[in-house]
Write a protein that binds this ligand. Structure first.
Ligand SMILES: C=C(O[C@@H]1C=C(C(=O)O)C=C[C@H]1O)C(=O)O
Length: 435
């Protein structure tokens, strides 16, 4: 355990221009969770917890419960994200060697509508933690902006642990197992590696993602960066929300028909397809089944809607649930993330069968890809997205990108391979490596 966490949260004026939090995304070591103008941007580290294995969520939740219960934070703002908080990222698999982590930032700037705040946290018993010290600490972090970078002709994209050929073979094998009746849906992923000639400009990448992917949550946690369209679980004031995605159409390859709008085309091909609807329903059912024990009332869009992103269209459903007031405290966002991860959107159905098949057929450690990424506060509020459309920065000049697809009966290796390219596109463009 670190020493007692102490700190202060003060109101912080929104920036005068319209850039919101984006102006704070200016250091490569920034911690962030940003959507549109709002979100959380952190600097430095007041405390950290790391773990691996099947108990990773439970251990992290227990650590955070203790640290946040003992924390002494003068919170002059109140509300989700204020006071003591931690960013986090969790490995997809209980067998992964990748470390799951919670990181309490030293300085945090938050913005939610017109409510802005600045938090300063420390475990140093001697630290002076008043408003002036908080402002000075933020100023210190903002002094050194990381440089940007431009494309170099020697930047390259190389095959990862799963080549295109391996991936096609895995999909074909997965489809066979589905046809044999072993499972109804399986999500298979692969990786590609960006090798750059000079250090990756993480802050620049995050800004580009945040500007382009306004409907997504742009995350940066200790080298895991990306912009995810999928919300695993968000908890705010005893209401849990999720955005379930499954069903994808590449916007690059679609030819709109004469007289038909883009949106009309996506609606017809995605929402009108039996295969896509089936795949989507499996993902919704897996979430609601796991969420049910914690809730008193649940609602979801009865009809999925088409979510339009710059690279793809998705079939999407928003689910919201009131958390049941049981005898004990309501479950925290972290506890719920454990309960619902992994959903069929990133694993398959049934979960155990799909998980075992992923280990057998995929042939790579997913690391934090497709695991929960986000933040929690001391009250248990938080947002945990699914770490998709992202990369792990493995060294200053090397990033590993991951993407996967839901396989159901009738899926074809070639189409799924093409879909992984559509899902790599946000990161490839942000890294200026688009083919
Ligand atoms: C697995 C990924 O995405 C998931 C799979 C989808 C699909 O197969 O249609 C859609 C959205 C996500 O739930 C990924 O982006 O890597």
């Amino acid at each position: 355990m670190p020493g007692t966490l102490r700190g202060i949260t003060i109101p912080w004026p929104a920036l005068p221009d319209a850039a919101g939090l984006l102006d704070y995304l200016m250091r490569d070591d920034v911690l962030c969770w940003v959507r549109r103008d709002g979100g959380l941007v952190g600097f430095g580290e007041a405390a950290r917890f790391t773990t691996t294995g099947p108990g990773r969520f439970r251990e992290a939740a227990a650590w955070w419960r203790t640290v946040s219960a003992q924390a002494q934070v003068r919170n002059l703002v109140q509300g989700p994200g204020t006071g003591a908080m931690a960013f986090g990222s969790f490995a997809f698999s209980r067998t992964s060697g990748h470390q799951s982590r919670l990181i309490v930032p030293s300085v945090l700037v938050g913005l939610d509508g017109d409510r802005g705040w600045l938090t300063y946290l420390s475990c140093d018993p001697d630290a002076e933690l008043d408003a002036a010290a908080a402002e000075a600490a933020l100023g210190g972090w903002l002094e050194a902006a990381s440089p940007g970078r431009t494309r170099d002709s020697t930047d390259r994209l190389v095959s990862g642990q799963v080549s295109e050929q391996d991936y096609r073979a895995a999909v074909a094998a997965g489809v066979k197992r589905i046809e044999r009746g072993e499972l109804s849906k399986l999500v298979l992923a692969r990786d590609v590696v960006a090798e750059l000639s000079s250090p990756i400009a993480t802050a620049q990448v995050l800004r580009e993602l945040a500007v382009r992917y306004q409907d997504c949550w742009t995350y940066g946690v200790d080298g895991l960066i990306g912009s995810t369209p999928e919300m695993l679980i968000k908890v705010e004031d005893n209401v849990a929300r999720a955005r379930v995605l499954a069903g994808t159409l590449d916007r690059d390859n679609t030819r709109k028909l004469e007289g038909e709008s883009d949106a009309g085309y996506a609606q017809r091909v995605l929402a009108g397809s039996e295969k896509q609807r089936h795949e989507h329903q499996i993902a919704i059912d897996s979430l609601t089944r796991k969420l049910e024990p914690y809730t008193s009332a649940m609602t979801s869009h009865s009809e999925p809607f088409v979510l339009q992103l710059p690279n793809v269209w998705h079939l999407a459903s928003d689910v919201s649930a009131e958390l049941a007031a049981g005898p004990g405290p309501a479950p925290s966002s972290l506890e719920l993330a454990e309960a619902v991860h992994p959903t069929a959107a990133v694993c398959g159905s049934p979960t155990e069968v799909a998980g075992a098949l992923i280990r057998e057929l995929e042939g790579m450690d997913r690391g934090p890809y497709a695991g929960p990424v986000g933040w929690t506060d001391a009250a248990g509020n938080g947002e945990w997205g699914i770490a998709l459309r992202g990369a792990v920065v493995e060294s200053p000049t090397r990033a590993r990108l991951y993407a996967g697809c839901g396989i159901v009966e009738g899926s074809t290796p070639e189409a799924e391979l093409a879909e992984t390219w559509a899902k790599f596109r946000p990161m490839l463009e942000a890294l200026d490596l688009h083919r």
